[in-house]
Design a binder for this molecule. Structure first.
Ligand code: FE2
Ligand code: FE2
Length: 306
């Protein structure tokens, strides 16, 4: 089938698909060029090859070339993302729009004859199954240990924000709240690292994907301490209790949002739903802790002591 049989509207749509597939090809190719790990380089090259085939399909269909450029900044940003957040995140982020594309491709079927329908179905299959399988092969350390980073972050943020909220009710001295957060946080970090060690050790060999219990514990502990220090910091910088609390909670929201976004891209889950849940837990805990701190503080007359 040539472009002669397609309506102008269908050609216009195909041209847009063609340009997008070509851009995807360029992006994967450029990323493969800089990739240091030979195994990951091969995966990127395979992805580039697939996208090139997709580009060829559309290009042949409309009977014209639709090569286009990808801005240097896009490539630079993607390489930076690969360095900081890892390849799995970067690729899955790139493929976020894929669901939309698959829907559009399915709708496009009606313009095509049987032979081209079969080819387009193969492309849809590529985008749905082949790519995700390739991405699973990446098996990066950051993804392998993601659940332990999550364990450290989520627990620390809820717990320490709770401690701070409790002391917000109980005392007017920021130093007391700050120190309380640090003491609780450091001991909790060791407790959580221990729990992470046991959890990783209890995993079946099929579940571990090469995870080591000691590293799991270390990662949980380090992310925990990191969150504790960051959340306690405002209490040492201002003597105004409420200001410190607000800044600390803003840090908490920022970390939770950032991490939830990262996790939702990697695990292909709904960002909105997960964020709502996580923030509800954070604020729910803080609110209850505040009320409790207020009652305890009033009962023992703490607010007159410090
Ligand atoms: Fe594609
Ligand atoms: Fe793709």
């Amino acid at each position: 089938m040539s472009s002669a049989n397609l309506t102008p509207e269908a050609i216009e749509k195909a041209r847009k698909f063609c340009i997008d597939e070509y851009k995807d090809y360029i992006i994967y190719k450029e990323m493969a060029e800089r990739e240091k790990s030979p195994r990951l380089k091969e995966i990127l090259n395979k992805l580039a090859e697939e996208e090139y085939d997709h580009y060829l399909f559309w290009s042949k269909l409309i009977g014209e070339d639709c090569k286009s450029e990808v801005s240097k900044w896009t490539i630079r940003l993607l390489r930076l993302s690969r360095k900081i957040f890892g390849l799995t995140f970067t690729l899955k982020f790139l493929e976020l729009h894929e669901k939309e594309v698959i829907k559009e491709y399915k709708e496009y079927m009606r313009y095509l004859d049987e032979e081209n329908q079969k080819k387009l179905q193969e492309i849809i299959d590529d985008e749905m199954t082949h790519e995700s399988r390739l991405m699973e092969d990446i098996n990066e350390a950051v993804v392998r240990y993601l659940s332990f980073i999550a364990l450290g972050l989520a627990d620390a943020i809820v717990e320490i924000s709770g401690v701070h909220a409790g002391f917000l009710g109980a005392t007017r001295t920021t130093l007391v709240s700050g120190v309380a957060g640090l003491i609780v946080g450091v001991s909790a970090a060791f407790a959580m690292a221990g729990a992470a060690y046991l959890q990783a050790k209890a995993e079946l060999p099929t579940e571990t994907k090469g995870r080591s219990p000691a590293i799991s514990a270390l990662i949980t502990g380090i992310t925990y301490i990191f969150s504790v220090v960051l959340l306690a910091l405002p209490y040492f910088l201002t003597s105004h209790q409420f200001t410190a609390f607000v800044i600390s909670i803003l840090f908490a929201i920022l970390i939770v949002s950032g991490f939830t976004f990262y996790n939702s891209v990697i695990s292909e889950s709904s960002f909105k739903r997960e964020l709502t849940e996580n923030l509800a837990i954070l604020f729910g805990t803080a609110f209850i802790a505040y009320l409790f701190g207020d009652v305890i503080g009033a009962f023992f007359g703490l607010q007159n002591v410090f």
